[in-house]
Structures are given as structure tokens and as C-alpha cells.
Design a binder for this molecule. Sequence first.
Ligand code: DX5
Ligand code: ZN
Length: 221
Amino acid sequence: MSIRLAPSLLSADFSRLAEEVAEVEWGGAELLHLDIMDGHFVPNFTFGPPVVRAIASHSKIALDAHLMVTNPDDLIDDLIAAPVARIAVHVEVCNHLQRTLENIRAGGVEAGIAINPASALALIEDALPWTDFVLIMSVNPGFGGQDFIPETLDRISRLRQMAGKRPLDIAVDGGVCLENAASLANAGATTLIAGSAIFGVDDRASAITDLRLSATVGGVR
Ligand code: DX5
Ligand code: ZN
């Protein structure tokens, strides 16, 4: 699997969203990562379906919704309609994960499970048949610009082993940067989500290219 880059809009300038999205779309990013926060599951708020709809109608880039909310089921229909390409729900809040994943897939959208740094990978093992991607958090969710938790590398390798022959996309989210991109790819990550490493620099297109190069040239996959 080749590496995909997903700039996280959380680190963009919210006063010029359309230009920010256009810059990373033009810069070659495969996905645009959208962090939806409710101030309850995480101690921060961002935006919801109306903003996602606006972004969808002004760009062609595939949208990757990461739901950091206590009641993700309430948002799924609106996000499918937006439309988004992928939705990740946190395993820590889904009491009926199989049903939630099936509902996402029924809308023609890829279904993902997001998992916090201290949650056991065993929690998602039996849900893999209904899962298109796993979003491994490499920071505690809620804020951009936090330091990468190094133990994540081992978790990615273990998840890749757990997936076996299944073509599971493993996305990593939090503190992704030029210094760790190759190790992440080597451990088995296939999608790199990066906020400050892309929107924190002036030339977003170069930041995307450099991250991709680090992950593919520095990596062995
Ligand atoms: C954190 C979010 C991330 C965040 C990553 O809760 O889920 O998507 O934007 O930002 P960086 O890359 O700056 O750590
Ligand atoms: Zn995220």
C-alpha cells in the first residue's frame, strides 16, 4: 500500500478555510482530515456538519471525518449526505460498534475506528471485518501541535500483524512530522494525518511532498 497524506484542517487558518483547503488539494493531498469535537468527549470544540457541507461543496478532495464526540451515531447521516468519503468513530464511546460501522458503510462511506493511545488494541480486533481503516491516535485527542507518543510505533506494528492479510488502512494521527514519517511507514502506517507539520508552514505543497518523500524514500515499504 502506498502512503496517503491527510492534512488536518484543525491547524489551518479558520478565517480563510476555502483558500486553505484549495492549497492542500492543489498540493497533492489524497484526503482532507476534519476533526469534529463536541467539548465533551474532548475538551475542545471545532465544527459540525454545516461546515463540512460547505467544504464539500467548494472542493473535490476526499473528506476524512474524525468524530471526537460522545454520540457519533447522531452525526453519521448528515456526514454521509455532506458528503464525506470516510468516517472514523472512537471505540471508547461506541456501545454498538458493529452497527455503527455497518451504518457508515451502508451510506457508501468507508468506516473507520479511532483508538486512543491507552486503549487496548484487543478492543477492535473482532470489529475488523466491518472496518476499512483504523485511526491510531498518537496523542490524546483534542488539540493540534502535541508531541508524538513514541509507543505508538509498536502499536502500529501490532495492529498490522493483527490485520494479517486484510488490506487494512492504518492511519496515524497526532504529532506526525518529517522526523517520524519513515518510522511510521516502516511500522505499517499507510495514511499520515498531519496538522501543524502541513498547515504550520508557509508552503503547504512542499510540506506534503516532503512528508511523502520521507515516508516512502526513508521507509522500506
Ligand atoms: C487531535 C486531532 C488531530 C490533530 C493533529 O485531536 O485528531 O487530527 O489535528 O494535529 P498535529 O498534526 O498538529 O498533531
Ligand atoms: Zn484527527
